[in-house]
Write a protein that binds this ligand. Sequence first.
Ligand SMILES: NC(=O)c1ccc[n+]([C@@H]2O[C@H](COP(=O)([O-])OP(=O)(O)OC[C@H]3O[C@@H](n4cnc5c(N)ncnc54)[C@H](OP(=O)(O)O)[C@@H]3O)[C@@H](O)[C@H]2O)c1
Length: 231
Amino acid sequence: MKKLTNKWALVTGSSRGIGRTIAKALAERGCNLVLHGRNADHLAATVADITPFGVQYHLVGGELDSPEGVEAVIAGVKAGPGYVDILYNNAAINNVSTPVFEFTQAEWARTFQINLFSMVQLCAAFGPGMRERGFGRIVNVTSGIAGQPNLAPYSASKAAVDKYTQDLSVEFKGCNVLVNHVDPGWIRTDLGGPDAWEDVSSVIPGMLVPVLLDDNGPTGRFYAAQDFKGL
Ligand SMILES: NC(=O)c1ccc[n+]([C@@H]2O[C@H](COP(=O)([O-])OP(=O)(O)OC[C@H]3O[C@@H](n4cnc5c(N)ncnc54)[C@H](OP(=O)(O)O)[C@@H]3O)[C@@H](O)[C@H]2O)c1
């Protein structure tokens, strides 16, 4: 099993669902973790998950729904390890199903702030340090959602995540900062809902593939976690 000993990963939205599952799988590989949720009190279950693996961890609570909130999360990381080797941009919100022309501008803006703009701000905060140290893995969580105008802000924000990921990968070309995006599949979480096709455990090992890439490996690529289910 490939180890991540002495690496630090920030997993946004690791208090529950897919982020919590990613955090546990990273801890199992010896990776130190900055755990994040809207409130640090939400992280107790994830701490219990990772404790058996004996890794170091640091807790950061904070809303990603404003630039100031994201700045506070960045400050929280800086008050802990100070940097990250792996930035796992996982936190996101979905919309309540709504006729497409009835979404308010405020809902469009809030969805893009949490799902895209916070990611952009976190990449700007931690990407340049990765380049200086000659190692980085940035993983942006996207979605296969398609043909659902009733969730248009969510869907469009994820399309923007895809485009941003590809552009950012070019910015970091040749310096071993690999930037990739991954779709977990339709998963039974609070966001995915009870009718989703897959249990959250199915996202491993797929969600780890873009983290475990060899140095100077693929960048700007799309991965589908379910392609690796059961491996
Ligand atoms: N589930 C699916 O079927 C599915 C399909 C495709 C893509 N995805 C993507 O997978 C990722 C994880 O989804 P999930 O299903 O695990 O979601 P989830 O169960 O709803 O968990 C969301 C996580 O994001 C955090 N979060 C939510 N709003 C936040 C905010 N305003 N500020 C800071 N943190 C916030 C939550 O923290 P708190 O616990 O503190 O609220 C929680 O840790 C998302 O990017 C999602 O778009 C999911």
